[in-house]
Write a protein of this length. Structure first.
Length: 412
């Protein structure tokens, strides 16, 4: 009986494929218009659009079809229209160059916008000079992969986000290259989703910005040269593994800013050449482990509003200040980190320092409360004060300490 059922299901599937039609659009075909080609399609059909320039206003896909570009045909919004609107589920949109969308702050027009749909895949497209790039609202199980998004905004108010997702679930954002937008990737009220293998660089504000988006994972991405780095806000159960945060410089710039975050895991990331590697405010029960923090202004800034965080097995190397805080009560723990400023000894040769290390320097506390004092950095008096404070702590918190500092950098 099972075999008969399997044969029947297979026959139905093959029959549906055989019944699916293919329509071609292009200068060498009878159909010259994408809009007309879409009208000729039935669900499960495929539209092949051949290379050329298509100026057809707002193109609406409201059937479950595949729309595939051959040799990157150009769809031009002429700075007037939302270029492609996908308003149904089970759609594939692939292989186009989409450019010059209209602009607007009320309706947020973009190159490709997905409305209240499921199982939509947007892949292998080139998006250039659009207000928003790819916009998903109320989407589920959608995939955005291997797209290249380039914009030329100079001010936040003049440009939208590269990949913008709103009130969606179970998304995959993978392998995209994003530059020149307000935020490279933006999540708000997006759950159970994965951002992986993307490169987001030289965006005006954040390379990645997400709020109220629980149970998401951010894996193997690179965020570099963005105006303010990466911001994670009002969220819980976040996994951030093996990402790279680099060259995010500015008065209010961070490699990664965590604000009101809880029950999350930050592991295996690289923070290099940022004003601040990791900034934590109102964060609770975060595990920060096996990360590399190198050549930053501040390795980590942990505000007094943070508690029950565990910072362990990280490498702190070449930072101007490894740690800074704005309070005297420390409710977080440091264990087994490597600090290149550690000057202790290891008599039993177990690679663990025999003397605990206090990573919080007196001068970093002074700078936190009096930024102009940075003018005295590297002066003889400051060096003397720091050394005195390490021997006889009086201003820095007694429990701001790593009891098991490593003698050599950890292999991460």
């Amino acid at each position: 009986m099972k075999k008969i059922l399997l044969y029947f299901v297979g026959f139905c599937f093959c029959s549906s494929l055989l019944n699916a039609r293919v329509v071609h659009v292009g200068k060498n075909y009878a159909c010259k218009s994408i809009k007309l080609g879409l009208k000729l399609l039935a669900p499960k059909d495929t539209l092949f659009v051949h290379e050329g320039l298509y100026k057809e206003g707002n193109i609406i896909i409201d059937k479950s079809v595949s729309v595939i570009g051959i040799n990157y045909p150009v769809i031009d919004g002429e700075k007037k229209f939302e270029v492609v609107s996908i308003k149904t589920s089970y759609v594939l949109f692939k292989g186009f160059k989409v450019s010059h969308s209209g602009t607007g702050t009320l309706d947020d027009p973009g190159a490709i916008k997905v409305y209240d749909s499921r199982y939509v895949t947007v892949s292998d497209n080139i998006l250039e000079d659009n207000f928003f790039g790819i916009y998903i609202q109320y989407g589920k199980h959608c995939v955005v992969k291997n797209n290249r998004l380039t914009a030329y905004g100079t001010e936040e108010q003049q440009i939208g986000n590269g990949i913008h997702c709103w009130k969606s679930d179970s998304l995959i954002i993978s392998g995209n290259n994003i530059t020149g937008h307000r935020d490279g990737i933006y999540f708000e009220f997006v759950t159970n989703s994965t951002i992986r293998n993307n490169r987001s660089y030289k965006n005006i504000r954040y390379g990645l910005h997400f709020m109220f988006s629980n149970d998401d994972a951010y894996l193997n991405n690179t965020f570099s040269g963005n105006g303010a780095g990466v911001a994670v806000m009002f969220t819980k159960n976040v996994k951030m593994y093996n990402n790279r945060f680099e060259e995010n410089w500015g008065d209010a710039a961070y490699g990664l800013m965590l604000k009101e975050i809880s029950d999350s895991h930050i592991r295996g990331n690289v923070f290099v050449k940022n004003t601040t590697g990791i900034y934590m405010e109102g964060t609770n029960r975060i595990v920060v482990e096996k990360n590399k923090l190198e050549s930053n202004g501040w390795g980590m800034k942990i505000q007094a509003s943070c508690m029950d965080n565990e910072i362990k097995s990280n490498n702190f190397m070449g930072n101007t200040f490894d740690i800074s805080t704005n309070g005297s009560l420390v409710l977080n723990t440091f264990n087994g980190n490597y600090w290149d400023k550690y000057e202790g000894y290891d008599l039993d040769k177990n690679n663990i320092g025999d003397v605990p290390y206090r990573p919080l320097s007196l001068f970093s506390v002074i700078i936190e409360n009096n930024p102009p004092a940075m003018l005295l950095f590297r002066s003889f008096m400051v060096s003397l004060l720091d050394r005195t404070e390490k021997m006889i702590p009086s201003i820095t918190p007694d429990n701001f300490i790593d009891n098991t500092p490593m003698m050599r950098p950890l292999s991460l």
